[in-house]
Design a protein around this ligand. Structure first.
Ligand code: FES
Length: 86
């Protein structure tokens, strides 16, 4: 059986928080509650991943998103999910 849910790791270390990880997490949470991504992803908060120079850091499946924002993460997430379902 193929697993169709995507795991999204959002770093909540201090540098990522300062760089906007909180806003990304909030945006994703809203999308996962009621948007088209509902039930297709699992949002996981992590501690510092030792990539602080690239903050904020988000991992979507096997994609590392460095110096990212909520829109980029949502785009990668949708792409990744459509690849999984195909
Ligand atoms: S605080 Fe996010 S990688 Fe260090």
């Amino acid at each position: 059986m193929k697993h169709k849910r995507e795991l999204v790791f959002v770093c909540t270390g201090s540098d990522c928080k300062k760089a906007g990880a909180k806003a990304i997490r909030k945006h994703l949470k809203e999308d996962l509650k009621s948007g088209p991504l509902k039930g297709q992803c699992k949002l996981i908060q992590t501690k510092c991943m030792d990539l602080c120079k690239s903050a904020p850091v988000v991992i979507v499946g096997d994609h590392f998103c460095k110096k990212t924002d909520a829109e980029k993460v949502a785009t990668i997430l949708k792409k990744s999910l459509s690849n999984k379902l195909a």
